[in-house]
Design a protein around this ligand. Structure first.
Ligand SMILES: Cc1cc2nc3c(=O)[nH]c(=O)nc-3n(C[C@H](O)[C@H](O)[C@H](O)COP(=O)(O)OP(=O)(O)OC[C@H]3O[C@@H](n4cnc5c(N)ncnc54)[C@H](O)[C@@H]3O)c2cc1C
Length: 437
């Protein structure tokens, strides 16, 4: 049996480990165009700021790969030839056959569609080579312009700031990450950015990147204003990598559609991670995530299924613990609304589920760095945002994901000036006993 995995991200690596846990003899081949193999993509942000060396991002050693008996091929898959159970590599230079195939090709940055987008000094943050390219171009004392929303735009801002650049952050709308954060939360982030020395410009729509000698020299905005800069970093959203899928005739919408076994409409082909669009019980729709944990869990379930151990993947409430302008922030379940003018589709470290504002009321507390917002449904908590103090992060993740029945404290949570942290903490102590956590 030959298992082929396209992609060396967390979904691909988890699948390889799961396959090997069931099938000790089968051949596992991982094909990836990324020469750096498997590493932490969220960790790239800390590499940019200088908090982590690049070697800290590699999560498996050569010895681990050897134990897995994994063959790594550094190549680009250019076609899936379903009828022949084969892959075309590097535009036809070679071929590889498979018995079971996993597509775990992830997502990539939505490109900037403005004049000058090809100039040297226009950067994004998808993978290790992007991070290295940014570091090689960042210059102390020079100016960078950042465009986009969500977590990655902030990571770029903070990385460039940490490298001594002056950063001008352009927002098309009137506040940061308007479809996930509420106005108060956006304000907390923007205030901290301003304190760090970032110059924020609202309602600033990029029209053109200006160049000199093939390099970035500035930007022109739609209102005619020009800003001189040496680097332009963008993070305006991501898109699942669908190049292989459309031609192969697999079912897709915004990502590859998979059932609860991560199987596509071809029984020998599975998909997992950022490229897969899986059913979300919370919203009742098949949604896209760009989150490490769901990618890892999907890869694991896909691997087990490929190796013949039927396992359903049960998606739970998406959550992310991240850093926004230096402030640890947890986002859980459905918390947002509408569209974000700065992001097309979803961003890195984001989930479509977060955009949903279901039938829920808001309870919140804390108006400075320690802030908590709860989305309170009829009987359950459907989402939460915690900034600063993270004491209740884990309990809230468990309560949202586990559908804890909060009817007994619902009215108290929604009362004016309710001590919601105390109410949740007390409820949690009882609930965890009931479910034996
Ligand atoms: C800067 C950054 C910050 C992030 N922050 C967070 C965060 O705070 N929290 C969080 O939960 N998640 C975060 N994420 C997202 C998280 O890293 C992803 O959800 C996760 O890595 C997805 O894993 P994956 O295996 O699906 O895809 P990927 O990790 O994208 O791996 C896809 C692999 O497929 C390869 N590939 C693609 N096409 C081909 C082809 N045709 N042939 C061969 N190989 C191919 C690629 O080279 C790559 O190795 C962040 C990501 C980035 C980049």
């Amino acid at each position: 049996m030959r298992y082929v995995i396209i992609g060396s991200g967390v979904a691909g690596m988890s699948a390889a480990e799961a396959i090997r846990s069931v099938d000790g003899a089968g051949e596992i081949v991982m094909v990836s165009e990324d020469p750096h193999g498997y590493y932490s993509r969220p960790g790239l942000a800390y590499y940019l700021t200088g908090e982590l060396p690049d070697k800290a991002l590699y999560l498996r050693s050569r010895e681990d790969a050897r134990k897995l008996k994994l063959t790594f091929l550094n190549a680009c898959v250019t076609r899936i030839l379903r009828a022949e159970h084969a892959l075309e590599l590097d535009g036809g230079k070679s071929r590889l056959t498979y018995d079971k195939l996993l597509i775990a090709v992830g997502a990539q940055a939505v490109p900037l569609q403005v004049t000058g987008a090809n100039l040297q000094g226009v950067v994004k943050l998808d993978h290790m080579n992007d991070a290295r390219s940014i570091l090689s171009q960042a210059r102390r004392g020079r100016t960078a312009v950042v465009v986009g929303g969500g977590i990655t735009a902030l990571e770029l801002t903070e990385g460039l700031l940490a490298r001594g650049m002056k950063v001008i952050y352009l927002l098309r709308g009137d506040r940061y990450w308007g479809n996930v954060l509420d106005p108060h939360e956006s304000q907390i982030v923007e205030k901290r950015l301003a304190e760090e020395g970032v110059s924020l410009r609202h309602h600033a729509d990029l029209a053109e990147i200006l160049g000199k000698g093939g390099k970035v020299a500035g930007v022109r905005l739609k209102d005619g204003q020009t800003i001189r800069c040496d680097l332009l970093a963008y993070a305006i959203g991501i898109r699942p990598r669908m190049e292989l899928v459309t031609e192969a005739g697999l079912d897709f919408e915004r990502g590859i559609l998979v059932d609860e076994h991560l199987q596509t409409n071809d029984p020998d082909i599975f998909a997992a991670g950022d490229v897969a669009q899986a059913f979300d019980p919370l919203s009742g729709r098949a949604v896209l995530d760009s989150l490490w944990n769901p990618a890892r869990e999907q890869g694991h379930a896909a691997g087990l299924n490929m190796a013949g151990r039927r396992t359903a993947y049960l998606k739970s409430a998406p959550f992310n613990v991240t850093r926004l302008a230096g402030l640890t922030t947890t986002i859980i379940g459905a918390v947002g609304h509408g569209l974000d003018e700065d992001v097309f589709g979803i961003a890195r470290g984001d989930s479509e589920t977060w955009r949903d504002l279901p039938h829920a009321l808001v309870a919140q507390s804390g108006f400075d760095v320690n802030h908590m917002r709860l989305l309170v449904g009829e009987q359950t908590l459907v989402g939460a945002v915690l900034m600063g103090d993270q004491t209740l992060s884990w309990p809230l993740q468990k309560m949202v994901a586990g559908g804890a029945d909060i009817s007994s404290i619902r009215d108290k949570l929604l009362a004016p000036d309710a001590p919601i942290a105390d109410l949740i903490a007390a409820y949690w102590m009882e609930w965890r006993k009931q479910i034996a956590l």
